[in-house]
Ligand binder design. Structure first.
Ligand SMILES: [Zn+2]
Length: 345
């Protein structure tokens, strides 16, 4: 119904109403992209030898940095010409097969020609707390003469710093995914139910308007046998359609039932606007006459009925009732003012 109303900006332009209530698809996309916290985070260096110390990021950004490193591929440059290091015992170099052997924690820095551990880098604070060394985090490891150090780094008893860091990484990703997943799932479900509920109210309104029937009843409480055409028709629709029945009336959230008198009026005004638009298209910028009559209703409120009379494209004379306008009095100046206002709208 938004198209019938001008949006009101209630806050600063940066957080406009548009931002707060974009179309559902846009809203979904926005949430699915990770929050941008800092330009540093958008430009995280791949080479482990060039990374900033994880503890140098603000505490509230560290988890986001960790997630980003964990969601992208580890730095494993298979095609790199690994630098040979000469020792007394001979010349050794990094073996690219170790990437496959040890998995995604093992990274290689081209700038430092050394091996690093991604997990230990990300949870450096934990590793330090457990008394772990900086070998795979800060300087990097390049003692290729002792490749068994890679295995011992990874495979020490369960209390090892590396295993704790690996567990932390797994927990972080699980926590992130499960929360996001639950949010999206919940959000999609609620949105779908809302659409079904709104459409049920619109369909009931369409039927009542077409038949010229009143919407409300004398009593709409739970105990009332007849709650008026609108509610009874909704109930009837629910009885014949299980999918609708599950999300309307008692099965809808108390603050989102789409049945209040205000909602009913909104729907009716929207229909009225569509009908007026159709009449204007029928007139098609042609000549028309105006029939205006006023009379007081039972509560002595003066009302003015406005009818357009025109010749349509096929040459037929048509009369179309446009609106009932309430007027304070019936002097010609007030009626003219009311008509001007109607046309202005
Ligand atoms: Zn490690």
């Amino acid at each position: 119904m938004e198209k019938y109303y001008t949006k009101v900006f209630t806050s600063a332009p940066e957080t406009s109403v548009d931002d707060l209530s974009p179309k559902s698809s846009e809203r979904k996309d926005k949430r699915k992209s990770p929050p941008v916290l800092d330009t540093d985070i958008d430009d995280l260096p791949s080479d482990p030898g060039e990374r900033k110390d994880i503890m140098d990021y603000p505490a509230n950004q560290r988890d986001e940095v960790r997630r980003r490193y964990l969601t992208k591929d580890p730095c494993q440059p298979y095609g790199h010409n690994f630098k040979q290091i000469s020792k007394e015992s001979g010349t050794r170099r990094f073996n690219r097969a170790w990437f496959d052997q040890y998995g995604s924690w093992l990274e290689y820095s081209i700038s430092k020609e050394s091996a690093f551990c991604l997990y230990c880098y990300l949870f450096k604070d934990e590793v330090r707390m457990q008394g772990g060394s900086d070998a795979f985090m800060k300087e990097g490891f390049n003692n290729w003469k002792k490749p068994e150090r890679l295995l011992t780094h990874m495979d020490k008893p369960p209390s090892s710093c590396h295993i704790i860091a690996a567990q932390k990484c797994e927990d972080l990703m699980n926590q992130h995914q499960s929360i996001l997943h639950a949010l999206f799932k919940q959000d999609d479900k609620a949105e779908n139910e809302y659409h079904i509920r709104l459409n049920a109210s619109i369909d009931a309104s369409r039927f009542l308007l077409r038949q010229g029937l009143p919407f409300r009843g004398h009593g709409e409480k739970e105990a009332d046998a007849n709650k008026g055409n609108f509610l009874e028709l909704l109930k009837y629709t629910g009885k014949h359609n299980e999918a609708i029945s599950k999300v309307i009336l008692k099965n809808a959230p108390g603050n989102n039932q789409m049945i209040s008198s205000k909602i009913q009026k909104d729907i009716v005004y929207s229909f009225a606007e569509e009908v007026r638009q159709a009449i204007l298209e029928e007139i098609d910028h042609g000549v028309f006459g105006l029939l205006v009559d006023e009379s007081a209703d039972v509560s002595h409120k003066e009302q003015m009925g406005v009818v357009f009379r025109f010749v349509d494209k096929s040459g037929a004379i048509k009369e179309r009732f446009i609106e009932v306008v309430h007027v304070k009095e019936t002097s010609s100046i007030i009626l003219k003012y009311a008509i001007d206002e109607l046309f202005a709208r």
